[in-house]
Ligand binder design. Structure first.
Ligand code: AP5
Length: 219
C-alpha cells in the first residue's frame, strides 16, 4: 500500500500514520520527523531547515524532495509506505509522481484530514512530544501516565518549538496557501479522498480503514 496523508497542522496525520503503519506493517516517512532529527543531529541540512521551521515556513522543495526520495529507495519502502506531511507543494507532488512512476510504484491513495481551525489550535497547544523516542501525547486527549514523562522511555516531555501560538498561526496560513494546488493535482488523478478528522483518534482510524479497504488496498 502506498498512501499519502495530508492535512493542516494538528489534523492528526502523524497519529493516523502510526496506526496505519502498524496495521499494514509498512514504514512511515514523515518529513517533519526527518527534518527535526536532522536539526537535533546538527546536520548541515538540519541547520538550513531549522531557519524555515522555527517561523512556520516550508523548507525548500529541493531539500525535502531529496530526503524523501532517499527514504523511498530503501528496501523497506518497496512493499509500501505512508507519507506523512509530504507532498505539500505542487513541485513536491510532481517530483514524487515522477519518481514513483519511473519506479513502477504509483500511489494508491491520498487521504486528506478535514478538521476545523479551532480544533487544530486546541490540539496543537495540548501536544507534548518525547524528544528521545518521538512518541506524541496530548495533555487533554492522550496524556502520559506520569505527568511530563514519556510512558515508553521515561524522558521529559517537551512542547514542540513550532507549537507556539504565533508560529501555529503562520503554519496554518502557509498550509492554506499551498494546499489547493496539491489537492487539484491528486483530484485530477482520482486519488484524493477526504476523511472527517473530527472525533477521537480511534474513531478517525475506523474511517481511515474503511476507505483503505474500500480502495481494495490490501498489500
Ligand atoms: P510537520 O511535523 O509535518 O508538522 P505539521 O504538518 O504542521 O503537522 P503536525 O505534526 O503539527 O500535526 P499532525 O497532523 O501530524 O498531528 P498529530 O498527529 O501530531 O512539519 C513541521 C515543519 O517541518 C513544517 O512547518 C515545515 O517547516 C517542515 N516541513 C515538513 N514537511 C515539509 C514538506 N513536505 N515541505 C516543506 N517543509 C516541510 O496531532 C496533533 C495533536 O493532536 C497531538 O497531541 C495528538 O495526540 C492530538 N490528536 C491527534 N488526533 C487526534 C484526535 N482525533 N482527537 C484528539 N486529539 C488528537
Amino acid at each position: 500500500m502506498r498512501v499519502v496523508l495530508l492535512g493542516p497542522p494538528g489534523c492528526g496525520k502523524g497519529t493516523q500514520a502510526q496506526k496505519v503503519c502498524q496495521e499494514w506493517d509498512i514504514p512511515r516517512i514523515s518529513t517533519g520527523d526527518i527534518l527535526r532529527e536532522m536539526v537535533r543531529d546538527g546536520r548541515d541540512v538540519g541547520l538550513r531547515a531549522k531557519e524555515y521551521m522555527v517561523r512556520g515556513a516550508l523548507v525548500p522543495d529541493e531539500i525535502v524532495l531529496e530526503l524523501v526520495i532517499e527514504k523511498l529507495k530503501e528496501g523497506n519502502a518497496r512493499q509500501g509506505f505512508v507519507l506523512d506531511g509530504f507532498p505539500r507543494t505542487l513541485p513536491q507532488a510532481r517530483g514524487l509522481d515522477s519518481f514513483l512512476q519511473n519506479a513502477g510504484r504509483p500511489l494508491d491513495l491520498v487521504l486528506y484530514f478535514d478538521v476545523d481551525p479551532e480544533t487544530l489550535v486546541r490540539r496543537l497547544s495540548a501536544r507534548r512530544i518525547c524528544p528521545q523516542c518521538e512518541t506524541v501525547y496530548n495533555v487533554i486527549t492522550n496524556p502520559p501516565e506520569e505527568e511530563g514523562r514519556c510512558d515508553v522511555c521515561r524522558s521529559e516531555l517537551l512542547v514542540r518549538e513550532d507549537d507556539r501560538e504565533e508560529v501555529v498561526r503562520r503554519r496554518l496560513e502557509v498550509f492554506e496557501e499551498e494546499t489547493g494546488s496539491v489537492r487539484d493535482f491528486y483530484l485530477s488523478r482520482g486519488l484524493f479522498f477526504t476523511v472527517d478528522g473530527r472525533g477521537g483518534a480511534l474513531e478517525v482510524f475506523e474511517r481511515v480503514k474503511e476507505i483503505l479497504r474500500k480502495g481494495h488496498i490490501n498489500g
